[in-house]
Design a protein around this ligand. Structure first.
Ligand SMILES: N[C@@H](CCC(=O)N[C@@H](CS)C(=O)NCC(=O)O)C(=O)O
Length: 234
């Protein structure tokens, strides 16, 4: 995995090297443009790992967006962006489906084949993403609905909602909610295991998965970033 850390001060020769690397990125087979704390990016990173697809990673600075990011996602100008043989794909859920379709025979399928089960996983992912936008204030609302949904739609979650392997919904929701300890610490959002037993047992199973552990952002760094975001002086 190759990353350009934009937080580092770059000398002119480094700057040239960085530009060269970004140009070359378009020619490499699979390249992910992301940022370290973004759960949207983490879900793509995790999906690639679950499918066993080798990729290059280019860390992006969202305060000074690279030419590569602006040209590969001209509509939203956001990460994640997946470059596949020079073609760019934006929007994490779209990327996940692309990965699943494109590498059908590599690793486990992320989405079920059955159209109803596929639609159900997509609609839970959609619900999660809509709520995530207002995550802090609505977090308890999200937990209550998820708790009921897991009980009804995935009664045997064993141990993941996708079964034995991490599936679409485990990847989409897991890369966000597995960071709940950092939110608890930084902004005192409490996820009560007595109130949400199914949700919490699922999250602990996810947090235990080796690929999830390897992919999630470092806890202390994330707590600091959340604090900076929510408690910055006006
Ligand atoms: N719906 C998008 C959301 C992506 C997103 O919000 N990315 C943020 C980082 S977490 C971003 O790039 N923000 C830059 C900006 O808003 O200018 C997805 O699922 O990929």
């Amino acid at each position: 995995m190759n990353s350009i850390n934009k937080n580092m001060k770059l000398l002119p020769s480094d700057q040239n090297l960085k530009e060269k690397m970004e140009k070359q990125a378009e020619l490499r087979e699979v390249v992910l443009l992301g940022t370290w704390a973004s759960s949207y990016c983490k879900r793509v990173e995790l999906a690639l790992k679950v499918k066993g697809i080798g990729f290059e990673y280019l860390e992006q600075d969202l305060t000074n967006k690279s030419e590569l990011l602006l040209t590969s996602n001209p509509v939203h100008k956001k990460v994640p962006v997946l470059l596949h043989n020079g073609k760019s794909i934006a929007e994490s859920l779209v990327i996940l489906e692309y990965i699943d379709e494109c590498w059908k025979n590599s690793g486990p399928r992320l989405l079920p084949e059955d159209p109803y089960l596929k639609a159900r996983a997509r609609s839970w992912a959609d619900f999660h993403d809509q709520k995530q936008e207002k995550a802090i204030e609505d977090f308890n609302g999200l937990l209550t609905v998820f708790e009921k949904g897991i009980k009804e739609d995935f009664p045997s979650h064993s141990p993941f909602l996708g079964g034995q392997n991490l599936g679409f919904l485990d990847i989409v929701v897991g890369t966000h909610v597995c960071n709940f300890k950092a939110f608890e610490e930084a902004v005192v959002v409490v996820v009560d295991p007595n109130k949400y037993p199914h949700f919490v047992s699922w999250i602990y199973a996810l947090k235990d998965h080796p690929l999830m552990k390897e992919t999630l952002p470092p806890h202390e760094k994330l707590v600091a970033a959340i604090r900076a975001k929510f408690f910055q002086s006006p």
